[in-house]
Design a protein around this ligand. Structure first.
Ligand code: GDP
Length: 426
């Protein structure tokens, strides 16, 4: 059985917590896209963790955690993240890395920073983890697969060829120090030794696991609106954030993914630039930002304050549709307990017309939010585990969201810890 856990919004919906929770019942957890550019926050008996590259199943002894071929693999970062866990008392996790994953090179990080610097005020707000240069190289066919590290002399020749190209850009566009191919080659040999214990033919491994009816979780990073095809292009990430890509980024047949748990946040937040129709500003935003998440809405990778807004039904319904959501986990609902009234964006006004359908970026640019307001519940709902025990106003808010999403809400997260969850039947 394969289940995907993905985000419907701009990311930071709380996928880490849901994956950690469902990871308990899983044999395998896989990261299938992205890199160390976003964080999953997990709070459990070992403490509070911000995982960036590792799958969120690493806290269970019975779980195999896989870095799929679709991931941007920062090898030193992977090793650091594993060591950090062990240092904090977590038993050494079982980790496999696809032999088809590509290696995030040190120069990808440099190029990411140089490009942001060059763009100045028009920058993407990149986390400077090297993700865009990494995927550009992958599709330009000048990336390095893990398997190539174990090849022979060809590696050295390829490094020289790639550096020649990169050095033209460094010299003439960025005016930065040039790459030394010999040094890069030596770095790759170090990477090879670091990753060697984990390398595996992952699609073959998963094929066997499927035959044995193992429970597999695909863990997405970011959310629908950051998808390069279906998101708010160009303010998107560089790999697909959709459940469908899980099949490719892990190496399994698409029809094996039967459950798509789509995580929707009870209000909105976004890091980086890009269209965000239900965004709020000033003291209203400051208060939500301060109260949001488990420690305020600040980026898990960069510490940057996140942009915040009210729940956006137009964007979230689209986010669920494009994921193919079979069920929804509604998260961080507890944060809204301070409000007398809760605004919800239920339409976009574009050129004088109201729409419920999420448009392309050109129209989004002109969209103004159409608000509906619901009464708040004015109390702390953390720790409640039965749906019927939630205040009426709170249930009304959840059910209004469910009607807007057109997907059943099967889980309501009312606190950052694993057990702060309310389960509902479909
Ligand atoms: P991910 O990128 O989707 O995994 O999202 P994050 O891990 O960045 O989650 C966003 C933040 O919300 C983190 O600080 C979590 O600890 C926190 N969080 C997740 N679920 C809940 C919840 O139900 N209530 C509260 N208050 N915080 C939550």
């Amino acid at each position: 059985m394969v289940r995907a856990i993905v985000g419907a919004n701009w990311g930071d919906e709380g996928k880490g917590k849901i994956t950690d929770m469902l990871g308990e019942e899983s044999d395998i957890v896989i990261r299938f896209q992205g890199g160390s550019n976003a964080g999953h926050t997990i709070i459990n008996d070992y403490g509070r963790f911000a995982l960036h590259l590792l799958p969120s199943g690493v806290f269970y002894k019975h779980t195999t955690n896989i870095i799929g071929n679709g991931v941007a693999l920062n090898i030193p970062y992977l090793v650091k993240e594993i060591n950090d866990l062990v240092e904090k008392g977590v038993p050494a996790p079982h980790i496999l890395v696809s032999d088809r994953a590509q290696v995030l090179m040190p120069y990808h990080i440099e190029f990411d920073a140089y490009e942001e610097e060059r763009l100045g005020g028009k920058s993407f707000g990149s986390t400077k983890s090297g993700i865009a240069p990494f995927y550009s190289d992958k599709y330009a066919k000048i990336g390095f697969q893990v398997s190539e590290l174990f090849g022979g002399e060809e590696l050295k020749e390829k490094v020289e060829r790639v550096c020649q190209m990169k050095n033209v850009m460094l010299e003439h566009l960025y005016h930065k120090p040039l790459l030394d191919p010999q040094k890069i080659y030596e770095t790759l040999l170090e990477y090879r030794d670091m990753v060697a214990p984990y390398v595996c033919d992952v699609s073959l491994y998963l094929n066997q696991a499927l035959k044995e009816n193992k429970t597999i979780l695909l863990e997405g990073q970011l959310g629908s609106l950051k998808d390069p095809d279906h998101g708010i292009y160009p303010m998107v990430t560089s790999s697909s954030t959709l459940a469908a890509y899980g099949a490719i980024g892990a190496g399994i047949p698409p029809y094996e993914i039967t459950d798509i748990v789509t995580v929707v946040k009870a209000y909105s937040s976004a890091v980086g630039a890009g269209e965000f129709v239900s965004e709020i500003f000033g003291s209203e935003a400051d208060e939500l930002r301060r109260r949001g998440g488990d420690k305020g809405e600040f980026g898990a990778t960069t510490g940057r304050p996140r942009r915040v807004g009210w729940f956006d039904a137009v964007a979230s319904r689209y986010g669920c549709r494009i994921q193919g959501a079979t069920e929804v986990a509604l998260t961080v609902l507890d944060v809204l307990g301070y409000l007398d009234e809760i605004p919800m964006c239920v339409g976009y006004e574009i050129d004088g017309k109201v729409t419920r359908d999420f448009p392309t970026t050109v129209s989004l640019h002109k969209a103004k939010p159409v608000w509906k307001t619901m009464p708040g519940w004015k109390c702390d709902i953390r720790g409640i585990t039965e749906y019927e025990k939630l205040p009426q106003e709170c249930r009304d808010y959840i059910e209004a969201i469910e009607r807007e999403l057109e997907v059943p809400i099967t889980m309501v997260s009312n606190g950052p810890s694993r057990h702060e969850i309310i389960k509902r039947s479909k």
